[in-house]
Ligand binder design. Structure first.
Ligand code: ZN
Length: 294
């Protein structure tokens, strides 16, 4: 299997992005891998600290490792939003391909210090692991919010250049209009997140690094395509999948109220999530027209 660095380099060159999807259990993992495998596209499976606490760090790696042997698409494992070095070290030792070391809530200078230390320590555990750092504000919580988050501080090209040079990270997660979670009006289809495309291009030019777009659920499809053209190489989708999971389960429960067999109920949730993953992967890989997934 190719390494994540190679796959991201190819994405950068071909102006496509690799889809990153968060999972909380095997139902989600099954949906992500089946969709990627059917489309023959590489995919990144992500687990935040909360998701890792539920599944288990070594358990997630073991599941992905088995699936790699059974599917012909490259599958990578990312430790998403990791807020402590100890937790990052755990993921690195367990065999994760990349780690989002997120100290963006700290003052800039402190974020630099801690991220630089993390890069050094984690590369000693695994020299080929990729470390992603984050600056600016994109909000927390891949869940449903009453209102869209507003007034968040975007990343500037100057601080991006300084942060990248000082920390030695491999991937940058900028704040360019993206936010975690979905607002109720986004779920109703009345509003969409919009991205600052020229800012993405400027940050890309200033750093030359791979860039990840977090919190892409509910984003305008045209903006996502332009963001990829401007240099985004990895896109995170979580809340859209969580919403599909819940709706899938609700449909399954409502369809047969006496059904108690999990493997007869859960495929509805798998299929609902798969549709989201397929549509997003198609868009990110440039195989689908903008707005075609509805
Ligand atoms: Zn994120």
């Amino acid at each position: 299997m190719k390494r994540l660095r190679e796959v991201l380099s190819e994405a950068q060159e071909n102006k496509v992005a690799i889809g990153h999807f968060n999972i909380s259990d095997f139902t989600g993992l099954k949906a992500v891998i089946e969709a990627a495998s059917e489309l023959h596209l590489p995919v990144i499976v992500g687990l935040s600290e909360g998701e890792r606490a539920f599944i288990g760090v070594r358990e997630s790696f073991a599941m992905v490792q088995v699936l790699r042997e059974e599917h012909d698409c490259p599958i990578f494992l990312n430790a998403d939003h990791t807020h402590s070095l100890a937790s990052a070290e755990n993921a690195a030792r367990a065999g994760f391909d990349s780690i989002v070391f997120d100290r963006s809530e700290l003052p800039f200078a402190q974020n630099i210090l801690e991220t630089r230390q993390a890069v050094r320590t984690l590369k000693q555990i695994n020299p080929s692991i990729l470390i992603e750092g984050e600056i600016g504000e994109i909000g927390t919580g891949s869940e449903i919010h009453e209102e869209a988050l507003q007034g968040l501080r975007l990343t500037t090209p100057e601080e991006a250049r300084e942060f990248v040079a000082a920390t030695g990270i491999d991937i940058l997660a900028p704040a360019v209009g993206n936010t975690h979670g979905l607002s109720r009006s986004m779920i109703r289809g009345e509003t969409q997140k919009r991205l600052d495309i020229s800012l993405i291009a400027e940050i890309g030019k200033a750093t030359g690094l791979f860039m990840t777009l977090h919190g892409a659920s509910g984003t305008n499809d045209g903006d996502l395509r332009l963001a990829i053209q401007a240099g985004i190489t990895e896109i995170h989708i979580n809340t859209e999948l969580r919403l599909a999971w819940r709706r899938g389960l609700e449909t399954a429960f409502a369809t047969d109220r006496d059904q108690v067999v999990p493997y007869k109920l859960l495929p509805t949730a798998v299929n609902a999530m798969k549709q989201v993953v397929r549509a997003r992967l198609s868009l990110f890989s440039g195989r689908q027209e903008v707005g075609a997934h509805g």
